[in-house]
Design a binder for this molecule. Structure first.
Ligand code: GLN
Length: 309
């Protein structure tokens, strides 16, 4: 039977009030102009629980750019398409580097450390493309997320995609560098464009929390991936989901999590809940500042850390 702490709804409302009272928002990403324009003083949290309910507080029906949280879904979809062959092209170790770093790629001869740094995500997106047109791969990805959330109203924000395409020189460099090592199978600009559109998917925290139920193994969640695959993706989220802030997130929150530079974080409490938080101001790792703080307080309240209550 579903286990969740009594009073969670009241706690979420109090958390929303406290986060606003602290007003410790951080700064929205500046390198994507559409994201730089977002008001940082916003917060939302949603918890999809084992009993099928989703409880929320704050701006939980406001859409935001999921950005790198999309890498979780691309990974799941790419593994579904090409299976473990993906691991010949991308590793499973934390990088200890920023999300957009190019530093390790030369010494590792074009095999990125993990699928959640940008270099590894570009390879994963390239695997999902698998010789198809970007629109086909993106349609598959969107359908996968909609099925996971059981919500058809999930779309790509074309303005955000265009905004990143106009300024994404570092990702372009990564894509071409990967191509030079024969680790992209499609034209680099095709993979890059697909990646930027995938990052521009916009969702509410309610939708995002519901889309993570398959990873939490919640009863009643759509069975889109096997338990074994979910467990492995959770392991990668725990070790690599916050880039060079992954250790600190594991220490403070103790849940597999994946952040995005739009200020979203998806967290998995296996068997218990799937949680999404959003606040667009970032800390120096490029992860949501207030979102991380809220995750810390939620983990303390619920005792959901995978390392013990
Ligand atoms: N689209 C962003 C980028 O590639 C995603 C980065 C992120 O969310 N950390 O720079």
């Amino acid at each position: 039977s579903p286990t969740f702490p009594e009073g969670l709804q009241d706690f979420l409302h109090a958390l929303d009030r406290d986060i606003h009272a602290d007003a410790d928002w951080g700064t929205p990403a500046s390198y994507i102009p559409e994201l730089a324009a977002v008001d940082p003083a916003q917060f939302a949290i949603s918890v999809a629980m084992a009993d099928g309910r989703t409880i929320s507080a704050g701006a939980h029906d406001k859409r935001f750019s999921i950005q790198s949280v999309s890498k979780v879904f691309t990974l799941a979809a790419a593994l579904g398409r090409i299976g473990d062959a993906l691991w010949a092209r991308v590793g499973r170790e934390p990088s200890g580097t920023a999300f957009n770093s190019i530093a390790l790629l030369e010494q590792e001869r074009g095999r990125p450390r993990n699928p959640f740094i940008n270099a590894g995500a570009l390879v994963t997106t390239d695997a999902l493309l698998d010789g198809r047109q970007p629109r086909e791969a993106l349609a598959e990805l969107i359908q996968f997320i909609r099925a996971a959330a059981e919500d058809e109203d999930i779309h790509i924000d074309k303005h955000v995609a265009a905004s990143e395409e106009a300024t994404g020189h570092r990702n372009a460099a990564l894509a071409h560098y990967l191509y030079s090592f024969d680790n992209l199978r499609n034209e680099p600009d095709m993979t890059l464009g697909t990646y930027m559109h995938q990052c521009a998917i916009s969702m509410t925290t309610d939708q995002l929390a519901r889309s993570g139920r398959m990873l939490a193994g919640l009863e009643g969640a759509p069975r889109l991936i096997s338990e074994r695959r979910a467990r492995r993706i959770n392991a990668l989220m725990m070790t690599c989901g916050h880039y060079d802030g992954s250790g600190d997130f594991a220490y403070r929150v103790g849940l597999p999590g994946k952040s995005g530079v739009g200020g979203g974080i998806l967290m998995i409490a296996p068997g218990k809940a799937s949680i999404a938080v959003w606040s667009p101001g970032l800390n120096h790792y490029g992860n949501s500042k207030a979102g991380t703080e809220a995750a810390h307080r939620l983990a303390n309240f619920t005792g959901w850390s995978v390392f013990g209550g």
